[in-house]
Design a protein around this ligand. Structure first.
Ligand SMILES: [Zn+2]
Length: 487
Protein backbone atom coordinates (compact mmCIF):
# COMPACT_ATOMS: atom_id res chain seq x y z
CA UNK A 1 0.00 0.00 0.00
CA UNK A 2 1.26 3.46 -0.86
CA UNK A 3 1.46 6.23 1.67
CA UNK A 4 -2.05 7.21 2.69
CA UNK A 5 -2.99 10.63 1.46
CA UNK A 6 -5.81 12.01 3.55
CA UNK A 7 -8.37 13.50 1.25
CA UNK A 8 -11.59 15.42 1.62
CA UNK A 9 -13.92 15.34 -1.37
CA UNK A 10 -16.17 18.34 -1.07
CA UNK A 11 -19.17 18.24 -3.38
CA UNK A 12 -20.90 21.60 -3.74
CA UNK A 13 -24.17 20.81 -5.49
CA UNK A 14 -24.64 22.92 -8.63
CA UNK A 15 -21.63 25.16 -8.08
CA UNK A 16 -20.12 26.96 -11.06
CA UNK A 17 -16.74 28.41 -11.93
CA UNK A 18 -18.34 31.88 -12.19
CA UNK A 19 -19.50 31.77 -8.56
CA UNK A 20 -16.06 30.66 -7.40
CA UNK A 21 -14.31 33.27 -9.55
CA UNK A 22 -16.13 35.99 -7.60
CA UNK A 23 -13.76 35.11 -4.78
CA UNK A 24 -10.87 36.47 -6.87
CA UNK A 25 -11.55 39.79 -5.20
CA UNK A 26 -11.54 38.24 -1.74
CA UNK A 27 -7.82 37.65 -1.56
CA UNK A 28 -7.92 36.21 1.94
CA UNK A 29 -10.53 33.62 1.04
CA UNK A 30 -9.79 29.93 0.67
CA UNK A 31 -11.50 29.81 -2.71
CA UNK A 32 -8.92 32.40 -3.82
CA UNK A 33 -6.22 30.04 -2.61
CA UNK A 34 -7.78 27.20 -4.61
CA UNK A 35 -7.94 29.40 -7.71
CA UNK A 36 -4.42 30.74 -7.48
CA UNK A 37 -2.44 27.94 -5.83
CA UNK A 38 -4.36 24.84 -6.85
CA UNK A 39 -5.57 23.44 -10.13
CA UNK A 40 -9.07 24.21 -11.37
CA UNK A 41 -11.42 23.91 -14.29
CA UNK A 42 -14.56 22.36 -15.69
CA UNK A 43 -16.14 19.06 -14.71
CA UNK A 44 -18.57 17.91 -17.41
CA UNK A 45 -21.81 16.55 -16.02
CA UNK A 46 -24.35 14.20 -17.55
CA UNK A 47 -27.31 14.83 -19.87
CA UNK A 48 -29.70 15.55 -18.28
CA UNK A 49 -27.59 17.85 -16.09
CA UNK A 50 -29.18 16.92 -12.80
CA UNK A 51 -28.07 15.51 -9.45
CA UNK A 52 -29.42 12.24 -10.79
CA UNK A 53 -27.97 10.75 -12.95
CA UNK A 54 -24.80 12.80 -12.24
CA UNK A 55 -24.17 11.70 -8.64
CA UNK A 56 -24.21 7.92 -9.27
CA UNK A 57 -21.65 8.58 -12.06
CA UNK A 58 -19.53 10.56 -9.61
CA UNK A 59 -19.65 7.72 -7.05
CA UNK A 60 -18.86 4.88 -9.48
CA UNK A 61 -16.88 6.26 -12.43
CA UNK A 62 -19.50 4.81 -14.79
CA UNK A 63 -21.86 6.47 -17.26
CA UNK A 64 -25.67 6.42 -16.85
CA UNK A 65 -26.17 3.78 -19.56
CA UNK A 66 -24.02 1.38 -17.56
CA UNK A 67 -25.79 2.17 -14.31
CA UNK A 68 -29.32 2.27 -15.73
CA UNK A 69 -30.03 5.49 -13.81
CA UNK A 70 -31.18 8.53 -15.80
CA UNK A 71 -33.25 10.69 -13.44
CA UNK A 72 -34.54 11.04 -9.87
CA UNK A 73 -37.17 8.40 -10.66
CA UNK A 74 -37.37 5.33 -12.86
CA UNK A 75 -39.75 4.88 -15.83
CA UNK A 76 -42.81 4.40 -13.63
CA UNK A 77 -42.01 7.03 -11.03
CA UNK A 78 -40.21 5.08 -8.28
CA UNK A 79 -37.62 7.23 -6.49
CA UNK A 80 -34.08 6.06 -7.26
CA UNK A 81 -32.17 5.02 -4.14
CA UNK A 82 -29.06 3.09 -3.16
CA UNK A 83 -30.74 -0.23 -4.03
CA UNK A 84 -30.87 0.85 -7.68
CA UNK A 85 -27.13 1.51 -7.66
CA UNK A 86 -25.74 -1.91 -8.52
CA UNK A 87 -22.15 -0.84 -9.14
CA UNK A 88 -19.58 -0.44 -6.40
CA UNK A 89 -19.11 3.04 -5.04
CA UNK A 90 -15.79 4.74 -4.47
CA UNK A 91 -15.98 4.12 -0.71
CA UNK A 92 -16.93 0.47 -1.15
CA UNK A 93 -13.79 -0.05 -3.24
CA UNK A 94 -11.69 1.84 -0.70
CA UNK A 95 -13.23 -0.35 2.02
CA UNK A 96 -12.23 -3.52 0.17
CA UNK A 97 -8.66 -2.24 0.39
CA UNK A 98 -8.95 -1.76 4.11
CA UNK A 99 -9.41 2.01 3.87
CA UNK A 100 -12.05 3.74 5.95
CA UNK A 101 -14.44 6.49 4.84
CA UNK A 102 -16.79 9.08 6.29
CA UNK A 103 -19.53 9.82 3.74
CA UNK A 104 -21.61 12.72 4.94
CA UNK A 105 -25.01 13.97 3.76
CA UNK A 106 -24.83 12.10 0.49
CA UNK A 107 -27.74 11.70 -1.95
CA UNK A 108 -28.55 8.26 -3.41
CA UNK A 109 -27.07 6.46 -0.39
CA UNK A 110 -30.42 5.67 1.23
CA UNK A 111 -31.07 3.03 2.50
CA UNK A 112 -27.54 3.17 3.95
CA UNK A 113 -25.39 0.15 3.18
CA UNK A 114 -22.60 -1.28 5.27
CA UNK A 115 -19.39 0.67 4.92
CA UNK A 116 -15.91 0.57 6.42
CA UNK A 117 -16.59 3.78 8.34
CA UNK A 118 -19.59 6.03 8.67
CA UNK A 119 -22.32 7.05 6.25
CA UNK A 120 -25.07 9.67 6.56
CA UNK A 121 -27.68 9.74 3.77
CA UNK A 122 -29.53 12.79 2.54
CA UNK A 123 -32.17 13.71 -0.09
CA UNK A 124 -35.47 11.89 -0.61
CA UNK A 125 -35.45 10.21 2.81
CA UNK A 126 -38.72 8.56 3.85
CA UNK A 127 -40.08 9.75 7.19
CA UNK A 128 -38.78 7.98 10.30
CA UNK A 129 -36.32 5.96 8.26
CA UNK A 130 -32.88 4.84 9.39
CA UNK A 131 -30.49 6.97 7.35
CA UNK A 132 -27.08 6.37 8.95
CA UNK A 133 -24.54 3.58 9.06
CA UNK A 134 -24.02 2.47 11.75
CA UNK A 135 -27.68 2.79 12.76
CA UNK A 136 -26.83 3.95 16.29
CA UNK A 137 -25.18 7.11 14.96
CA UNK A 138 -28.62 8.51 14.17
CA UNK A 139 -29.43 8.79 17.89
CA UNK A 140 -26.25 10.68 18.70
CA UNK A 141 -27.03 13.80 16.71
CA UNK A 142 -30.01 15.81 15.59
CA UNK A 143 -29.26 15.52 11.85
CA UNK A 144 -30.93 18.18 9.70
CA UNK A 145 -30.98 15.88 6.67
CA UNK A 146 -33.70 14.76 4.26
CA UNK A 147 -35.75 17.93 4.69
CA UNK A 148 -37.17 19.41 1.52
CA UNK A 149 -36.59 23.17 1.60
CA UNK A 150 -38.70 24.07 -1.43
CA UNK A 151 -41.69 25.30 0.58
CA UNK A 152 -39.43 27.42 2.82
CA UNK A 153 -37.73 28.85 -0.26
CA UNK A 154 -41.10 29.83 -1.71
CA UNK A 155 -42.65 31.28 1.43
CA UNK A 156 -39.66 33.01 3.04
CA UNK A 157 -38.10 36.28 1.99
CA UNK A 158 -34.81 35.61 0.17
CA UNK A 159 -32.85 37.18 3.03
CA UNK A 160 -34.58 35.04 5.64
CA UNK A 161 -34.20 31.91 3.54
CA UNK A 162 -30.43 32.43 3.36
CA UNK A 163 -30.27 32.94 7.13
CA UNK A 164 -32.28 29.74 7.60
CA UNK A 165 -30.06 27.76 5.21
CA UNK A 166 -26.88 29.11 6.78
CA UNK A 167 -28.06 27.94 10.19
CA UNK A 168 -28.90 24.53 8.81
CA UNK A 169 -25.54 24.17 7.08
CA UNK A 170 -23.68 25.33 10.22
CA UNK A 171 -25.46 22.63 12.18
CA UNK A 172 -24.46 19.99 9.65
CA UNK A 173 -20.87 21.22 9.55
CA UNK A 174 -20.66 21.00 13.35
CA UNK A 175 -21.92 17.42 13.30
CA UNK A 176 -19.45 16.51 10.55
CA UNK A 177 -16.57 18.09 12.47
CA UNK A 178 -17.58 16.19 15.59
CA UNK A 179 -17.78 12.87 13.73
CA UNK A 180 -14.32 13.21 12.19
CA UNK A 181 -12.78 14.64 15.39
CA UNK A 182 -11.93 11.36 17.03
CA UNK A 183 -11.70 9.06 14.05
CA UNK A 184 -8.90 9.04 11.57
CA UNK A 185 -10.78 8.26 8.35
CA UNK A 186 -8.68 7.64 5.27
CA UNK A 187 -11.21 9.35 3.03
CA UNK A 188 -14.04 11.81 3.72
CA UNK A 189 -16.76 13.16 1.51
CA UNK A 190 -18.87 16.12 2.54
CA UNK A 191 -21.81 16.59 0.19
CA UNK A 192 -23.17 20.12 0.42
CA UNK A 193 -26.67 19.64 -0.85
CA UNK A 194 -28.19 22.97 0.19
CA UNK A 195 -26.64 24.96 -2.66
CA UNK A 196 -28.97 23.38 -5.22
CA UNK A 197 -32.17 24.70 -3.62
CA UNK A 198 -30.52 28.01 -2.72
CA UNK A 199 -29.38 28.61 -6.29
CA UNK A 200 -32.75 27.65 -7.75
CA UNK A 201 -34.49 30.32 -5.68
CA UNK A 202 -31.86 32.97 -4.93
CA UNK A 203 -29.82 32.92 -8.17
CA UNK A 204 -30.80 36.54 -8.92
CA UNK A 205 -29.42 37.73 -5.57
CA UNK A 206 -25.67 37.36 -6.01
CA UNK A 207 -25.11 39.28 -2.76
CA UNK A 208 -26.98 36.62 -0.76
CA UNK A 209 -25.32 33.80 -2.68
CA UNK A 210 -21.89 35.14 -1.85
CA UNK A 211 -22.92 35.48 1.81
CA UNK A 212 -23.76 31.78 1.83
CA UNK A 213 -20.56 30.85 0.00
CA UNK A 214 -18.57 32.75 2.65
CA UNK A 215 -19.78 30.13 5.08
CA UNK A 216 -18.44 27.35 2.83
CA UNK A 217 -15.19 29.26 2.51
CA UNK A 218 -14.82 29.34 6.30
CA UNK A 219 -15.53 25.60 6.48
CA UNK A 220 -12.86 24.88 3.86
CA UNK A 221 -10.36 26.98 5.82
CA UNK A 222 -10.86 24.71 8.84
CA UNK A 223 -10.73 21.58 6.69
CA UNK A 224 -7.40 22.58 5.16
CA UNK A 225 -5.90 22.20 8.62
CA UNK A 226 -7.38 18.74 8.97
CA UNK A 227 -6.76 17.27 5.49
CA UNK A 228 -3.61 17.16 3.43
CA UNK A 229 -5.68 17.36 0.27
CA UNK A 230 -9.04 18.77 -0.73
CA UNK A 231 -10.84 18.11 -4.00
CA UNK A 232 -13.91 20.25 -4.70
CA UNK A 233 -16.39 19.22 -7.37
CA UNK A 234 -19.97 19.95 -8.37
CA UNK A 235 -22.48 17.53 -9.87
CA UNK A 236 -23.61 20.02 -12.57
CA UNK A 237 -23.49 23.74 -13.25
CA UNK A 238 -26.14 26.43 -12.89
CA UNK A 239 -27.47 29.30 -14.95
CA UNK A 240 -30.32 31.81 -15.24
CA UNK A 241 -33.75 30.21 -15.35
CA UNK A 242 -35.22 29.88 -18.86
CA UNK A 243 -37.63 32.56 -20.01
CA UNK A 244 -39.11 30.72 -23.01
CA UNK A 245 -40.71 27.37 -23.72
CA UNK A 246 -39.73 25.13 -26.61
CA UNK A 247 -42.57 22.71 -27.36
CA UNK A 248 -40.47 19.98 -28.86
CA UNK A 249 -43.28 17.54 -29.69
CA UNK A 250 -45.11 20.31 -31.56
CA UNK A 251 -41.88 21.06 -33.43
CA UNK A 252 -41.60 17.36 -34.34
CA UNK A 253 -45.20 17.56 -35.55
CA UNK A 254 -44.40 20.56 -37.73
CA UNK A 255 -41.38 18.74 -39.17
CA UNK A 256 -43.63 15.72 -39.84
CA UNK A 257 -41.94 13.27 -37.50
CA UNK A 258 -44.86 13.21 -35.06
CA UNK A 259 -48.48 12.91 -36.10
CA UNK A 260 -51.67 13.74 -34.27
CA UNK A 261 -54.93 11.84 -34.67
CA UNK A 262 -56.85 12.54 -37.88
CA UNK A 263 -59.73 14.52 -36.34
CA UNK A 264 -58.59 18.17 -36.29
CA UNK A 265 -61.20 19.38 -33.79
CA UNK A 266 -60.16 16.76 -31.23
CA UNK A 267 -56.52 17.77 -31.73
CA UNK A 268 -57.25 21.38 -31.00
CA UNK A 269 -59.21 20.43 -27.86
CA UNK A 270 -56.31 18.23 -26.71
CA UNK A 271 -53.87 21.12 -27.19
CA UNK A 272 -56.14 23.40 -25.16
CA UNK A 273 -56.16 20.87 -22.33
CA UNK A 274 -52.35 20.75 -22.48
CA UNK A 275 -52.28 24.52 -22.21
CA UNK A 276 -54.54 24.48 -19.15
CA UNK A 277 -52.31 21.85 -17.55
CA UNK A 278 -49.51 24.44 -17.42
CA UNK A 279 -51.42 26.07 -14.58
CA UNK A 280 -51.79 22.86 -12.58
CA UNK A 281 -49.13 22.60 -9.84
CA UNK A 282 -46.18 20.38 -10.85
CA UNK A 283 -46.71 18.13 -7.84
CA UNK A 284 -50.17 17.13 -9.05
CA UNK A 285 -48.99 16.73 -12.66
CA UNK A 286 -46.21 14.41 -11.57
CA UNK A 287 -48.66 12.33 -9.52
CA UNK A 288 -51.07 12.02 -12.43
CA UNK A 289 -48.25 11.17 -14.85
CA UNK A 290 -46.83 8.49 -12.54
CA UNK A 291 -50.25 6.96 -12.08
CA UNK A 292 -50.76 6.84 -15.83
CA UNK A 293 -47.27 5.43 -16.37
CA UNK A 294 -47.81 2.64 -13.85
CA UNK A 295 -50.93 1.54 -15.73
CA UNK A 296 -49.49 1.82 -19.20
CA UNK A 297 -47.71 -1.08 -20.91
CA UNK A 298 -45.52 1.41 -22.80
CA UNK A 299 -45.01 4.31 -20.37
CA UNK A 300 -42.94 6.31 -22.86
CA UNK A 301 -45.90 6.67 -25.18
CA UNK A 302 -48.03 8.68 -22.82
CA UNK A 303 -48.63 11.67 -25.01
CA UNK A 304 -52.41 11.83 -25.48
CA UNK A 305 -53.57 12.75 -28.97
CA UNK A 306 -50.60 11.24 -30.82
CA UNK A 307 -51.23 8.87 -33.71
CA UNK A 308 -48.74 6.11 -32.87
CA UNK A 309 -49.30 4.33 -36.18
CA UNK A 310 -47.64 7.14 -38.09
CA UNK A 311 -45.28 8.78 -35.62
CA UNK A 312 -41.52 8.43 -36.23
CA UNK A 313 -40.05 10.54 -33.40
CA UNK A 314 -41.36 11.84 -30.06
CA UNK A 315 -40.26 13.14 -26.68
CA UNK A 316 -41.41 11.92 -23.27
CA UNK A 317 -38.53 13.27 -21.16
CA UNK A 318 -37.16 16.70 -21.78
CA UNK A 319 -33.58 15.62 -22.47
CA UNK A 320 -34.00 13.43 -25.50
CA UNK A 321 -35.88 12.26 -28.58
CA UNK A 322 -37.02 8.69 -29.19
CA UNK A 323 -37.04 7.40 -32.75
CA UNK A 324 -39.23 4.52 -33.93
CA UNK A 325 -36.62 2.47 -35.76
CA UNK A 326 -39.03 0.08 -37.49
CA UNK A 327 -41.19 2.91 -38.78
CA UNK A 328 -38.16 4.67 -40.30
CA UNK A 329 -37.41 1.56 -42.30
CA UNK A 330 -40.99 0.96 -43.41
CA UNK A 331 -41.19 4.56 -44.64
CA UNK A 332 -38.08 4.02 -46.74
CA UNK A 333 -35.74 6.15 -44.60
CA UNK A 334 -32.87 4.73 -42.68
CA UNK A 335 -32.81 5.23 -38.92
CA UNK A 336 -29.45 6.95 -39.22
CA UNK A 337 -30.67 9.43 -41.83
CA UNK A 338 -33.71 10.33 -39.73
CA UNK A 339 -31.56 10.78 -36.64
CA UNK A 340 -28.96 12.92 -38.42
CA UNK A 341 -31.64 15.05 -40.09
CA UNK A 342 -33.33 15.75 -36.76
CA UNK A 343 -30.00 16.68 -35.14
CA UNK A 344 -29.12 19.10 -37.95
CA UNK A 345 -32.57 20.70 -37.86
CA UNK A 346 -32.38 21.09 -34.08
CA UNK A 347 -28.95 22.70 -34.19
CA UNK A 348 -30.14 25.13 -36.86
CA UNK A 349 -33.33 26.04 -35.05
CA UNK A 350 -33.44 29.72 -34.10
CA UNK A 351 -35.79 32.00 -32.19
CA UNK A 352 -35.28 35.77 -32.40
CA UNK A 353 -31.84 35.15 -33.92
CA UNK A 354 -30.76 32.92 -31.05
CA UNK A 355 -30.03 29.23 -31.08
CA UNK A 356 -32.56 27.11 -29.18
CA UNK A 357 -30.53 23.91 -28.75
CA UNK A 358 -26.95 24.19 -27.53
CA UNK A 359 -26.06 20.66 -28.51
CA UNK A 360 -27.57 17.40 -29.69
CA UNK A 361 -25.87 14.00 -29.68
CA UNK A 362 -26.47 10.49 -30.92
CA UNK A 363 -26.82 8.56 -27.67
CA UNK A 364 -23.81 6.32 -28.30
CA UNK A 365 -21.60 9.38 -28.84
CA UNK A 366 -21.61 10.02 -25.11
CA UNK A 367 -23.01 6.90 -23.44
CA UNK A 368 -22.42 3.16 -23.61
CA UNK A 369 -23.53 0.14 -21.65
CA UNK A 370 -26.19 -2.48 -21.17
CA UNK A 371 -28.92 0.12 -20.57
CA UNK A 372 -28.23 2.13 -23.75
CA UNK A 373 -31.67 1.18 -25.11
CA UNK A 374 -33.17 3.14 -22.20
CA UNK A 375 -31.45 6.31 -23.41
CA UNK A 376 -33.36 8.40 -25.98
CA UNK A 377 -31.89 8.04 -29.49
CA UNK A 378 -30.93 11.73 -29.51
CA UNK A 379 -29.76 13.54 -26.37
CA UNK A 380 -30.33 17.28 -26.24
CA UNK A 381 -28.97 20.17 -24.25
CA UNK A 382 -31.00 23.38 -24.64
CA UNK A 383 -29.65 26.94 -24.62
CA UNK A 384 -30.23 28.54 -21.22
CA UNK A 385 -33.13 30.69 -22.43
CA UNK A 386 -35.32 27.70 -23.28
CA UNK A 387 -37.18 25.02 -21.33
CA UNK A 388 -37.84 21.92 -23.36
CA UNK A 389 -41.55 21.14 -22.89
CA UNK A 390 -43.08 17.76 -23.52
CA UNK A 391 -46.73 18.79 -23.84
CA UNK A 392 -48.16 19.64 -27.24
CA UNK A 393 -49.00 23.23 -27.99
CA UNK A 394 -50.46 25.25 -30.83
CA UNK A 395 -47.12 27.09 -31.07
CA UNK A 396 -43.52 25.93 -30.95
CA UNK A 397 -41.60 28.67 -29.19
CA UNK A 398 -42.98 31.32 -26.90
CA UNK A 399 -42.38 33.29 -23.76
CA UNK A 400 -43.42 31.55 -20.55
CA UNK A 401 -46.91 32.48 -19.40
CA UNK A 402 -46.66 31.12 -15.88
CA UNK A 403 -44.49 33.12 -13.47
CA UNK A 404 -41.52 30.92 -12.59
CA UNK A 405 -40.59 30.36 -8.95
CA UNK A 406 -37.11 29.32 -10.05
CA UNK A 407 -34.59 32.09 -10.67
CA UNK A 408 -31.79 29.68 -11.51
CA UNK A 409 -31.79 26.42 -13.43
CA UNK A 410 -29.37 23.67 -14.39
CA UNK A 411 -31.26 22.17 -17.35
CA UNK A 412 -28.74 23.65 -19.77
CA UNK A 413 -25.75 23.83 -17.41
CA UNK A 414 -23.58 20.79 -18.02
CA UNK A 415 -20.38 22.46 -16.85
CA UNK A 416 -19.65 21.83 -13.19
CA UNK A 417 -16.46 22.68 -11.32
CA UNK A 418 -13.33 20.94 -10.16
CA UNK A 419 -10.78 22.54 -7.83
CA UNK A 420 -7.83 20.94 -6.08
CA UNK A 421 -5.44 21.89 -3.34
CA UNK A 422 -2.86 19.85 -1.46
CA UNK A 423 0.42 18.01 -1.69
CA UNK A 424 -0.92 15.22 -3.91
CA UNK A 425 -1.96 17.67 -6.63
CA UNK A 426 0.01 19.69 -9.14
CA UNK A 427 -0.36 23.44 -9.03
CA UNK A 428 -2.09 25.73 -11.48
CA UNK A 429 -3.11 23.14 -14.05
CA UNK A 430 -6.19 23.88 -16.14
CA UNK A 431 -8.61 20.97 -15.81
CA UNK A 432 -11.13 19.75 -18.34
CA UNK A 433 -12.57 16.55 -16.92
CA UNK A 434 -15.69 14.43 -16.84
CA UNK A 435 -17.74 13.57 -13.78
CA UNK A 436 -16.86 9.88 -14.25
CA UNK A 437 -13.16 10.76 -13.85
CA UNK A 438 -13.47 11.52 -10.13
CA UNK A 439 -13.69 7.97 -8.78
CA UNK A 440 -10.69 6.60 -10.74
CA UNK A 441 -8.69 9.72 -9.89
CA UNK A 442 -9.34 9.41 -6.16
CA UNK A 443 -8.64 5.66 -6.23
CA UNK A 444 -5.29 6.32 -7.86
CA UNK A 445 -4.41 8.71 -5.02
CA UNK A 446 -4.73 5.72 -2.70
CA UNK A 447 -2.67 3.54 -5.00
CA UNK A 448 -5.68 1.69 -6.40
CA UNK A 449 -5.99 1.18 -10.15
CA UNK A 450 -9.31 1.67 -11.89
CA UNK A 451 -11.70 -1.11 -12.85
CA UNK A 452 -11.89 -1.59 -16.62
CA UNK A 453 -15.68 -1.23 -16.43
CA UNK A 454 -15.27 2.39 -15.35
CA UNK A 455 -15.75 4.97 -18.10
CA UNK A 456 -13.83 7.71 -16.35
CA UNK A 457 -10.07 8.13 -16.49
CA UNK A 458 -7.49 9.19 -13.95
CA UNK A 459 -6.91 12.93 -14.43
CA UNK A 460 -3.18 12.42 -14.76
CA UNK A 461 -2.40 16.06 -15.52
CA UNK A 462 -3.18 17.13 -11.94
CA UNK A 463 -1.56 14.30 -9.99
CA UNK A 464 1.94 14.28 -8.63
CA UNK A 465 3.99 11.11 -8.51
CA UNK A 466 3.43 7.68 -9.93
CA UNK A 467 -0.06 6.72 -11.04
CA UNK A 468 -1.45 3.27 -10.44
CA UNK A 469 -2.93 1.68 -13.51
CA UNK A 470 -3.47 -1.97 -12.55
CA UNK A 471 -6.99 -3.10 -11.98
CA UNK A 472 -8.38 -2.99 -8.52
CA UNK A 473 -9.80 -6.50 -8.61
CA UNK A 474 -6.29 -7.94 -8.39
CA UNK A 475 -5.55 -5.60 -5.55
CA UNK A 476 -8.68 -6.69 -3.75
CA UNK A 477 -7.55 -10.32 -3.83
CA UNK A 478 -4.24 -9.22 -2.44
CA UNK A 479 -5.76 -7.18 0.37
CA UNK A 480 -8.17 -9.95 1.37
CA UNK A 481 -5.24 -12.35 1.36
CA UNK A 482 -3.41 -9.96 3.68
CA UNK A 483 -6.44 -9.77 5.96
CA UNK A 484 -6.59 -13.57 6.20
CA UNK A 485 -3.02 -13.92 7.36
CA UNK A 486 -2.99 -14.86 11.04
CA UNK A 487 -0.23 -13.36 13.13
ZN1 LIG B 1 -27.49 18.82 -8.18
Amino acid sequence: MEIKKKLLLMVIDGSTIDIIKNFKEKKRSIFYKFLTEGSSGILKSTIPSQTLPAVPCLYTGKNPAKLGIFAHTDEIGNVINSNHLKSKTLWEILGEHGLSSCIFSAPVTFPPKKINGILVSDLNLPENAAFTYPKELQKEYDFPVGLNETENAKSMKNEDFIIHMKEKTKKKIDIFKDIIKNDDFDFCMYYLIETDTIQHFVWHRKDLLSEYYDLIDGFLREMLERFENILIVSDHGFDDAPTHNFYINSWLEKERYLFMGKIKMINSIIKKIYKLSEFVPDKILVKVRNLLRKNNPDPRKLIPGVDWNRTIAYVDKNYGIWIEKDRCNSEGNSYETVREDIIIKLLNLEFENNKVIKNAYKREEIYNGEFIENVPDILILPEKRFSVMIQLDSGILRKKTKAEAYKGSHDSARDGIILTLGNAFKKQERINADITDITPTILSLYGIGKDKEMDGNVIKSILKGKIKTEQYKENRMLSSAIKNIKF
